[in-house]
Design a protein around this ligand. Structure first.
Ligand code: PGA
Length: 237
């Protein structure tokens, strides 16, 4: 594990963006697995800045998002389709047919999950996966559970995740109870994982990186990843 300590969210975002830029410089047709939520927002802003400065080119890149709420259409303001469009895709030269996100409205959940895993395989796996960490230790939407789920699956979100994400939804609007998420096979198969943790993740990050490896704290599996880069604010350490 390579741990990079930074002193501010600004620096976290900048360092994370630099990792993505390096990856795309090294391999322009990289497959990037991308996260949503508040933590990577700054990274996307920095990537857009670098794109405008001519320092990064998304022309050949592929993206596969980690997860999506079940039941939300792509144009819903809280869908991850919408988030990605606004935070990155509308602002850079990524080809629309290189963008993949689970379909929240899929009629057949099992088929959707299998298709997503086949897609990752067809793309020859993920070169760089960007992850945040939930307050309960989830990565993507792999929630604390009795076992590690390998494949893409439909998950019932835990109450703490629903509560944490309620802040993004307007009053009276409910957070979906289910979501599609990549499983641990995709996470552990990624050639490199970039885990981002702001100062608010201090306790859970410590347990994940130095505690027992257990499906009750899904991020703990990352201790076994051969190429893990953690970028965390000093206070998160
Ligand atoms: P956050 O979410 O970046 O909004 O804190 C992280 C996560 O749930 O993975």
């Amino acid at each position: 594990m390579n741990k990079i300590l930074v002193s501010s969210y600004e620096q976290l975002s900048d360092t994370a963006a630099e990792e993505v830029v390096n990856q795309l410089t090294k391999k322009p047709d990289s497959v990037l697995a991308l996260a949503t939520g508040s933590t990577p927002k700054g990274m996307y802003e920095k990537l857009i800045e670098r794109y405008h400065e001519g320092k990064v080119d998304f022309g050949q890149a592929y993206t596969v998002n980690l997860d999506e709420y079940q039941g939300l259409p792509a144009e819903h303001l809280q869908s991850y389709h919408y988030y990605m469009k606004k935070q990155l895709f509308d602002e850079v030269n990524i080809a629309s047919d290189h963008i993949y996100i689970p379909n929240g409205l899929a009629e057949d959940a099992r088929q959707e999950c299998q298709a997503y895993d086949s897609l990752i395989e067809r793309l020859n796996g993920i070169d760089l996966m960007v992850l945040g960490i939930g307050r309960n230790g989830h990565i993507a939407f792999n929630e604390p559970a009795a076992w590690f789920d390998c494949n893409t699956h439909l998950v019932r979100l835990s109450e703490s995740t629903i509560q944490a994400n309620q802040r993004f939804f307007s009053e009276g609007e409910e957070v979906p109870k289910y979501a599609y998420t990549m499983g641990m096979k995709a996470v552990m198969g990624a050639k490199q994982v970039l885990l981002l943790a702001g100062a608010d993740k201090h306790n859970i990050l410590k347990d994940a990186l130095y505690g027992r490896i257990t499906s009750a704290l899904p991020a703990s599996i990352l201790q076994l990843h051969p190429n893990l880069v953690v970028i965390c604010e000093e206070k998160a350490e």
